[in-house]
Design a protein around this ligand. Structure first.
Ligand code: AMP
Ligand code: GLY
Length: 433
């Protein structure tokens, strides 16, 4: 299969859609490809200046015109453009794009659809029932029969905020009220799930999929809560590490054979498939599918990949089916640890102002720095308020080396209101009963 590389076309120009650290990490990885040409970011951030093209991630028409005019392939980072059907739109116009169609991505943007898919494929998951905004009282009754020990979820995309892990009837009533009555998530909350609360260790597993087959692209632990000790509000992710020592080959192979491959065959999924799992006493249970790479998992996994990811993504975007197995080692032997720095107000809906960032040059010697909520003005770098500002990724010979590097770098960076968790990679996240 190696010859395929030889006959592949010349430099690959690529447009990465998105503006977070995940997209910056993809840029960093693609830039190492032997085949890379120009890399463009839409809209990008303060760390990707020189690549940014000033088109928003949900401006599908604008993105398609740019891709058509430059002849680049397009890779989609975030969930929203996938739900809007960016891949369908490009495909109808003969533009090469890497990612799932709107239908394939439905396993992420409708939680009820994802549960139905799991049921059809016999994939273990938490027990569930769904309700509509017509019957909040029946939903409350259902939750109270379980002592309020349930998880309440808006059906649609809610920027990672539509999930309530409850421990009392008071909490479950409040959650159901927020979703079905107050309509806090708009149309995403017209339907709602109530799930059994699972106990175990959370794990994120990734695969590269071409519509018929999939290859394992690594796993990571994501720290979702804002504060150390898994306290405080849920966030988009405060840090991650990879590889995950306790997730051995046997477990991963089971997840690939019993969950990932059947899902890819059933949905003809193309793109990055991300499984959010709870590893329980009764084995792995699938919490959710995502139809994209994770953030902050991408930042920890990209530095571990041995493969030419851009060449793979290009082939899939062009509809070529290449055998994945020609790679001996998908991963190098390194460990990585990603620490996310946030600005004032993040996850707390408070105000704040732009703050000047200091110490980036000094920190770069120790770790990789992938930007998110940053802007550059008059040559100075600023943190935007209420954002994940950047990901600091230590890469080392093992987990503790990686962690030491990440924190050495994080300590050199400062801006007013900066916050980060101090125990990424130390204390794993475990959901308590
Ligand atoms: P999601 O937005 O679906 O990723 O859910 C956010 C977080 O809620 C997950 O990462 C878990 O920590 C938690 N969660 C979701 N579903 C369950 C469940 N059935 N049991 C326990 N925790 C859950
Ligand atoms: N790591 C959480 C997410 O990407 O949704």
């Amino acid at each position: 299969m190696e010859e395929l590389k030889e006959i592949a076309r010349g430099p690959i120009d690529v447009l990465i859609v998105g503006s977070g650290s995940r997209e910056h990490a993809l840029l960093w990885k693609f830039a190492q490809s032997e085949m890379v040409g120009e890399i463009h970011m839409a809209p990008g951030n303060g760390g990707t200046i020189g690549h940014n093209v000033g088109i928003q991630a949900d401006d599908i028409r604008g993105l398609s015109e740019f891709a058509r005019d430059t002849g680049c392939i397009t890779v989609v980072g975030p969930d929203r453009p996938l739900e809007l059907g960016i891949v369908d739109y490009f495909m109808e116009r003969g533009l090469p794009i890497f990612g799932p169609t709107r239908n394939q991505a439905m396993i992420e943007w409708s939680k009820i659809h994802s549960k139905e898919t799991m049921r059809e494929l016999g994939i273990p998951t938490a027990q569930w029932t769904w309700f509509t905004d017509k019957d909040p009282r029946r939903a409350m009754q259902h939750a109270s029969l379980r002592g309020g020990n349930v998880v309440v979820k808006a059906d649609g995309l809610a920027d990672g905020k539509g999930v309530y892990v409850c421990s009392s009837v008071e909490e479950s009533n409040a959650a159901i009220n927020a979703v079905l009555v107050e309509k806090k998530f708009g149309r995403a909350g017209e339907r709602m799930l109530i799930e059994e609360k699972l106990v175990g260790r959370e794990l994120s597993v990734f695969a590269l999929c071409n519509g018929i087959d999939a290859v394992y692209l690594g796993s990571a632990v994501d720290y979702k809560r804002l504060l150390d000790g898994d306290r405080g509000p849920n966030t988009g992710g405060m840090g991650s590490y990879s590889p995950v020592g306790w997730a051995g080959d046997e477990l991963i192979s089971w997840i690939m054979q019993r969950m990932v491959i059947p899902t890819v065959r059933h949905t003809r999924f193309s793109g990055f498939l991300y499984l959010g799992l709870m590893i329980t006493e009764n084995g792995p249970m699938l919490i959710e599918y995502n139809a994209r790479f994770g953030d902050p998992e991408a930042q920890a996994i990209m530095p571990r990949l041995n493969i030419d990811l851009l060449a793979e993504v290009d082939a899939i975007a062009r509809g070529e089916i290449r055998a994945f197995h020609r790679y001996g080692n998908i991963f190098n032997n390194l460990g990585s640890c990603c620490v996310v720095l946030t600005s004032e107000g993040y996850a707390r809906e408070l105000g704040g102002a732009q703050r000047r960032i200091h110490g980036i040059e000094e920190a770069q010697g120790d770790a990789l720095i992938f930007h998110a909520g940053t802007t550059r003005s008059d040559g100075e770098l600023f943190a935007e308020p209420g954002k994940r500002v950047m990901s600091i990724v230590g890469v080392g010979s093992d987990a503790s080396d990686a962690r030491a590097r990440a924190y050495a770098a994080a300590e050199k960076i400062s801006f007013e209101g900066m916050h980060y968790r101090k125990e990424i990679g130390v204390q794993r996240t475990r959901v308590k009963a």
